[in-house]
Design a binder for this molecule. Structure first.
Ligand code: G1P
Length: 269
């Protein structure tokens, strides 16, 4: 089955990169000459996605304006953009659940977070889509990081069976304390998910005075199905949810721009 839809949760407050997000959503922060969301949409298009579902805050019509401005004369002309609104930022799981009306029953889909950006044309999505097609399990992107920073992310416990870059996941924990991390394999913001994940998000929904994370739903999925699939990232990922990652991405994409030919500088980033 061809996977053609992607959900982009972009309604978050972006508190970790304040004050840049005081007057604009995080996904609209520019890296070199384009906002982050632009890089992610290009990546999705290259992976064969043709329907992009943006979950925005109702006050953020800036994404819609940007897309309407570009779409007619741009390589995005064929794309179908949909918008859904998350009135309160209640977590990335809540955002994904908000998009369910655009996904057909039994249709798998991609979730992409706009603050995880990869080296030019080095998207992990084609490999993740092919792993999903054979495993039919939620497929997560994983990155090995130093233990001392793993607690910034979702962290997984691999099950014993490892094959190449594809691994089986036995457990997942959201931002555990460093002393309790189950491994140094962390979750990066690309997921290929089966439709049935909505059933777990729905279960979490009524309880949510607090945030609902995708991790919570994946934990419930694990309890029922025992496994998730993971694909280890090769190449560089810029964590643009942090100022440090954003600065690295700024330099990388600026030196990649046709106005610059600073090969030596790029190779050092
Ligand atoms: C989210 C996920 C987390 C993941 C991270 C990757 O966290 O909840 O599991 O590791 O994205 O960027 P957030 O960045 O929203 O805090």
């Amino acid at each position: 089955m061809k996977i053609t839809k992607a959900i982009l949760p972009v309604a978050g407050k972006g508190t970790r990169v304040m004050p840049l997000t005081l007057h604009q959503p995080k996904g609209m922060i520019a890296l070199a000459d384009k906002p982050m969301v632009h890089y992610v949409i290009d990546e999705l298009v290259d992976a064969g996605i043709d329907t992009i579902i943006l979950i925005t805050n109702p006050c953020q019509d800036v994404f819609k304006k940007y897309i309407e401005y570009l779409k007619p004369d741009h390589a995005w002309g064929h794309l179908d953009f949909k918008f859904a609104y998350q009135k309160h930022p209640r977590g990335n799981g809540d955002a994904v659940y908000t998009a369910r009306k655009f996904i057909e029953a039994d249709e798998p889909f991609v979730v992409a977070f706009c603050d995880d950006i990869f080296e030019h044309k080095q998207s992990p999505l084609p490999e993740m889509l092919s792993v999903f097609k054979t495993s039919a399990q939620p497929t997560l992107l994983l990155q090995k990081v130093p233990r001392e920073i793993a607690s910034r992310y979702g962290v997984i416990r691999p099950s014993s069976k490892l094959t190449g870059r594809t691994i089986k996941i036995a457990d997942i924990v959201e931002k555990p304390e460093t002393a309790k991390i189950p491994s140094n394999l962390t979750v990066v913001g690309r997921y290929v998910l089966p439709y049935k994940i909505f059933g777990y998000l729905k279960y979490l929904y009524p309880q949510h005075q607090k945030e609902i994370g995708l991790t919570d739903a994946l934990k419930l999925y694990l309890a029922d199905h025992h496994e998730l699939a993971g694909v280890k990232l090769t190449g560089q990922r810029f964590d643009c949810g942090s100022i440090e990652g954003m600065l690295q991405a700024q330099v990388y994409f600026s030196t990649l721009h046709s106005l610059f030919k600073i090969q030596e500088l790029r190779s050092k980033i």
